[in-house]
Design a protein around this ligand. Structure first.
Ligand code: F6R
Length: 235
């Protein structure tokens, strides 16, 4: 595990973006795993800036997002489809047919199986970007007694619903369910880039990186990942 402690959100975003850019320059056909939430917004801004300067070609990339809420349409501003479009996909030259986000609108079980098969068919994820929930979740793999391997449907933890209520006008509108990539898909990524910032994430990050490995702290399993890079800022 490599841990970079940096100073502030800007530096965290730049450092993480530099690592992703290096991955893309070394392999323009990379398969990237992507995250949503407030933490990666600055990383996506840096990628867009680099692209706008004519220094980043995303046309060969394939992307797989970690998760999506159930019950929101792709056009809903709170959906992760909408988030990814507005922060990244509409601003760089990623091909639309190479973008993958779980689609919970139809037969969810079938969708989950297809999602995992598609990741496998692409040879797995080269670099997976992750944020971390206040309760230690990665993707929407919530604390529990078992690790769910593949893409699956989850009941969101009460603490996640409360944490994500900040994005919604009415806390009752926060979806209670989501589809998420499982721990196996995340752990099979060749490299994992975990980003976090702020005092509120300090305790859970320390617990995840240095505490016992347990499904009650899902991110703790990342200690077993040989290619884990953490970029973290306390402020
Ligand atoms: C989002 C995701 C979540 C977030 C986590 C942290 O795709 O998978 O695990 O990374 O909830 O969210 P923020 O960055 O908003 O603190």
């Amino acid at each position: 595990m490599r841990v970079y402690q940096v100073s502030g959100y800007r530096e965290m975003s730049q450092r993480a973006a530099d690592l992703i850019i290096a991955q893309i320059l070394l392999n323009p056909q990379s398969v990237l795993g992507l995250a949503t939430g407030s933490t990666p917004i600055g990383v996506y801004e840096r990628l867009v800036e680099k692209h706008n300067r004519g220094e980043l070609d995303c046309s060969g990339l394939t992307t797989f997002n970690l998760d999506e809420y159930c019950g929101l349409s792709e056009e809903d501003p709170q959906s992760y489809h909408y988030f990814m479009n507005s922060h990244l996909f509409s601003k760089v030259n990623i091909r639309k047919d190479k973008i993958h986000i779980p689609d919970p609108s139809g037969d969810i079980e079938k969708e989950c199986k297809q999602y995992d098969s598609l990741i496998e068919a692409h040879g797995g994820i080269d670099l997976q970007l992750l944020g971390i929930g206040n309760n230690g979740h990665i993707g929407f793999n919530e604390p529990g007694t078992v690790y769910e391997g593949g893409t699956h449907c989850v009941d969101l933890d009460e603490s996640t619903i409360q944490a994500n209520a900040r994005f919604f006008d009415n806390p009752d509108d926060v979806p209670r369910k989501a589809v998420t990539m499982g721990m196996k898909s995340i752990m099979l990524a060749k490299k994992v880039l975990l980003i976090a910032n702020g005092e509120a994430k300090k305790a859970i990050l320390e617990k995840s990186l240095y505490g016992p490995i347990t499904p009650m702290v899902p991110a703790s399993v990342l200690q077993l990942h040989p290619g884990l890079i953490v970029v973290w800022s306390a402020d």
